[in-house]
Write a protein that binds this ligand. Structure first.
Ligand code: PLP
Length: 281
């Protein structure tokens, strides 16, 4: 299951052909780019480890994936968040709900700074060197194709290690923070800038996690035309960049679907409340 490679699917979107690397289909529970980033820990010896410790937002995809990993390994998972919204506490849904079902213990408050010997600390969003192992496996699945590759970035970890292990040109965009932030993230993991991916931009500034009509519209259009459910947080901005910069790609384009579908549960609730009246076709 978890070890198998993901399929490549040809689709037509706005009358152009794309190849979608379906990492969303890697596994029912341990999928998307968090499965790649945490792959290192699938074969890790947890003999002396009793807990995984991490932190981040209360709806993070990384949080859910770590809850799956802890469950597979039969160890505790402790997750620190700044704050859990009252609505979420009273109506658990999305990544939060399923991570709790997997046994996650969530703590509101500051991350405890000292990690004990029997605890494994995983940085927010999986921005760490250990991610390279799983992303290299993904790179090996892609290197036979003479294509450019696009994927939207959060911490930039996936894009960086893909470019490091591929001769193909890797393009990305900054969904969290701006270009400066993303470059800094790249530099933390790799000081040689020649190994960094190409960053594409749009004219308008979008804030991570906010709702935008154009995001919802392109998401609906993608679903209708390709029959694939993309993620709400990263993929709309990703596809808007692909469309805008289409002339840059001189080969076929592989778009990496990085999962995140469970996270869509909370985002689609928010979007439907806000926009669905006028968007129904
Ligand atoms: C985490 C995540 C990203 C961002 O990955 P980075 O390696 O942090 O850039 C993109 N898409 C989805 C669906 C994710 O879950």
């Amino acid at each position: 299951m978890i070890e198998t490679k993901s399929p490549l699917q040809k689709v037509l979107f706005r009358e152009k052909t794309y190849f979608i690397k379906r990492d969303d289909l890697l596994d029912n529970h341990f999928s998307g780019n968090k499965a790649r980033k945490f792959h290192y820990y699938l074969n890790y010896n947890f003999k002396n480890i009793s807990k995984i410790i991490s932190h981040g937002s209360s709806q993070s995809n990384a949080m859910y994936s770590l809850s799956v990993l802890a469950k597979i390994k039969n160890i505790e998972f402790i997750y620190y968040v700044d704050h859990i919204a009252l609505f979420l506490k009273q109506n658990p849904h999305g990544n939060y709900k399923y991570a709790l079902q997997n046994g996650m213990k969530i703590i509101e408050g500051d991350l405890k700074k000292i990690v004990d010997e029997d605890e494994l600390f995983i940085p927010e969003g999986g921005h760490f060197k250990e991610a390279e192992v799983g992303i290299k496996i993904l790179a090996n699945e892609l290197k036979e194709f003479d294509c450019d590759i696009f994927l939207p970035s959060g911490t930039g970890t996936t894009a960086l290690y893909l470019q490091k292990h591929l001769k193909n040109r890797v393009f990305t965009c900054a969904c969290v923070g701006d270009v400066k932030y993303l470059k800094k993230q790249f530099l933390e993991l790799e000081s040689d800038e020649r190994l960094h991916p190409n960053i594409l931009t749009l004219d308008k500034k979008y804030h991570f996690g906010k709702l935008y009509r154009e995001f919802f519209e392109i998401w609906v259009e993608l679903k209708r035309e390709t029959n694939i459910e993309f993620d709400f947080l990263y993929d709309p901005l990703g596809w808007m960049n692909v469309i805008k910069h289409h002339n840059l790609f001189n080969n076929d384009l592989i778009y990496l679907h990085q999962g995140g579908i469970i996270g869509n549960e909370s985002m689609s609730l928010r979007y439907k409340r806000k926009f669905s009246e006028n968007s129904r076709k």
